[in-house]
Design a protein around this ligand. Structure first.
Ligand SMILES: Cc1ncc(COP(=O)(O)O)c(C=O)c1O
Length: 359
């Protein structure tokens, strides 16, 4: 039996979106591909209401971290990585793995990164980039990107790099208004597509920075991707054409719903989940006021058996997520992103109530 996914990625993919992939193959140097890619990029620009550049990679979201390390930090300069969970830590580690000097601004997991913490650091030292994970999937914490962007925009040498892997397309992210320079996401989260595509939205300032950086690699060379698109309107290496068909189709649906409408639906699903958790006697892991709209991390204060719950849910054709890493069993996570609705979330909650005998 298929288990409907309530994990924070990959998330459930609708049948019509799956079917949109099933089309005859085309050559990626043919004008048919140019038309497909143009349609995808036009729709992405419209959805995010942005003047910035956009590229879609055949890759998962983590490539955004390597692209940051390979393109946006000059030799001998430093990065400030804000860490408040497993994925923001992965970014700090990736930049170190690329050989950079990285200062880590770490707060307790479950807490948000605050703009004043970043400002304090920027007053002390110049950084080529500040990295932030806007939506920490491990803890269910959302940081205030607009406020962080306002602070960083006062420092012209510093680029704001944001991991929006589990929020882009669900939460309301507006790159121009939020002063971001490089944001990245993968399609298996709030876009509700199969895994395999990474979406990047990057500023002209990011392009200019990459021009000053050597050793950008090949697949990770943002300038190569950028210039190839400017010249040929295609991608330098073979794209994931079937997934682009699905993305093109799904973006049509997303534009009909509108970015605001999609955000409101995600917010409503998050509120329903949080209300349920609190009413049943659990606590929320995220700092109050900074709860994610795409994933809720619930503190297992009732000491329930999360693995047994998932086994029982499987019988009913559903799956949620245990806590991430050290938070396993101490927390559990409900992903309410993509094409989920209040009804599908309520169905999951009803089943948990029944299995755990919660009144
Ligand atoms: C916030 C965040 N960043 C990065 C990643 C890594 O993305 P991917 O698995 O698409 O490489 C994930 C995956 O769950 C994530 O949630």
């Amino acid at each position: 039996m298929h288990r409907r996914l309530y994990i924070p990625g990959p998330t459930e993919v609708s049948e019509d979106v799956l079917q949109a992939q099933v089309r005859p193959m085309i050559g990626h140097r043919h004008k048919d591909f140019t038309a497909l890619y143009a349609s995808v990029l036009t729709q992405l620009h419209e959805y995010f209401n942005t003047e910035q550049h956009i590229a879609v990679f055949a890759a998962s979201g983590t490539i955004g971290m390597d692209i940051t390390g390979r393109n946006l930090i000059r030799e001998g300069k430093a990065a400030l990585s804000c860490v408040n969970g497993a994925f923001s830590k992965r970014m700090a580690d990736t930049l170190k793995n690329c050989g950079h000097n990285v200062d880590v601004l770490e707060v307790e997991w479950g807490k948000a990164i605050k703009p004043e913490m970043i400002e304090e650091k920027l007053k002390e030292k110049e950084y080529d980039v500040v990295t932030v994970c806007q939506n920490e999937t491990s803890t269910g914490v959302k940081s205030d990107l607009k406020a962080i962007g306002e602070v960083i925009s006062k420092y012209p040498e510093t680029l704001l790099v944001v991991d929006t892997v589990s929020s882009l397309g669900g939460d309301l992210i507006l790159p121009d208004e939020m002063h971001t320079d490089f944001i990245f996401a993968s399609t298996q989260k709030a876009f509700a597509l199969p895994p395999g595509l990474a979406i990047m939205i990057y500023s002209e300032k990011a392009v200019k920075r990459a021009e000053e950086v050597k050793n950008r690699g090949t697949y990770t060379d943002l300038l190569k991707v950028h210039n190839y698109y400017l010249k040929k309107k295609q991608t330098p290496s073979t794209p994931a054409i079937s997934l682009l068909y699905a993305l093109d189709y799904q973006l049509g649906k997303m534009l009909k719903e509108t970015a605001k409408g999609r955000y409101e639906r995600h917010k409503a699903m998050a509120e329903l989940t949080r209300k349920w958790a609190l009413e049943k006697g659990f606590k929320l892991f995220a700092e109050k006021g900074y709860e994610s709209v795409t994933v809720t991390t619930i503190e297992n204060t009732l000491n329930k058996d999360v693995s047994a719950l998932n086994a029982a849910l499987a019988e009913k054709g559903m799956e949620l997520a245990n806590g991430y890493g050290n938070l396993k069993n101490k927390t559990f996570r409900i992903g309410h992103m993509g094409d989920h609705t209040l009804e599908t979330i309520q169905e999951l909650l009803n089943n948990i109530n029944e299995i755990w005998e919660l009144n």
